[in-house]
Write a protein that binds this ligand. Structure first.
Ligand code: 4NP
Length: 150
C-alpha cells in the first residue's frame, strides 16, 4: 500500500508544485503517490510558474513537467493526507468535505514544523518570495519524511 499525499494551494502553479517536487525528491516513489492541485481553476493544464521552476532547479529538482489541475471531492478518497499552504486553502478545501473523516485529512503544511498554524505565503506577486517559500516547504517535507519513518 502506498502512502498518498496531496499538496494544495490556490493556483497550483507556485507553492503546491514546489511542495510536490520537494517531497517527491525525499521519498522512494515505490512507496508514495504524491500529487498537487489548486482550489482555483485559473491555470488548468499549465506548467508551474517559471519562478517556481527556477527555484526548484536551483536546488536540483525538476518540476517543469507538472501540469496544473483543480482539486476535486474525489481527492478526499484518493489521498491519506491533504496538505494546504494557507488558511484560505484550508477553508476552500474543508467546505467541500462531506464527513469528519475527510476533514481530519486536511492539514496546514507548516503544522509539520515549529511554525504551527503559520501559512506558506503566496509568492505570486513577489519575485523575491520564492526562495523563502522553498525553504519553508523543504523544512516541512523533511519533518514529514522523518515522522513517517518513526
Ligand atoms: P499558488 O499562487 O496558489 O501558490 O499557485 C497563485 C498563483 C496564481 C494565482 C494566485 C495564486 N492567480 O490568482 O492567478
Amino acid at each position: 500500500m502506498k502512502t498518498n499525499i496531496l499538496m494544495v494551494c490556490l493556483g497550483n502553479i507556485c507553492r503546491s508544485p514546489l511542495a510536490e517536487g520537494i517531497l517527491k525528491s525525499k521519498v522512494n516513489n515505490n512507496s508514495f503517490f504524491i500529487d498537487s492541485a489548486g482550489t482555483g481553476g485559473y491555470h488548468i493544464g499549465n506548467p508551474p510558474d517559471h519562478r517556481s521552476i527556477a527555484v526548484a532547479k536551483k536546488h536540483g529538482i525538476d518540476i517543469s513537467k507538472q501540469k496544473c489541475r483543480q482539486f476535486t471531492v474525489e481527492d478526499f478518497n484518493k489521498f491519506d493526507t491533504i496538505y494546504v499552504m494557507d488558511i484560505s486553502n484550508y477553508n476552500n478545501v474543508t467546505k467541500l468535505t462531506e464527513d469528519p473523516k475527510q476533514k481530519e485529512k486536511v492539514k496546514l503544511l507548516l503544522s509539520e514544523t515549529d511554525l504551527k498554524n503559520k501559512e506558506v505565503p503566496d509568492p505570486y506577486y513577489n519575485d523575491n518570495g520564492f526562495e523563502h517559500v522553498f525553504q519553508l516547504i523543504d523544512n516541512a517535507c523533511i519533518n514529514i519524511v522523518d515522522n513517517l519513518k518513526n
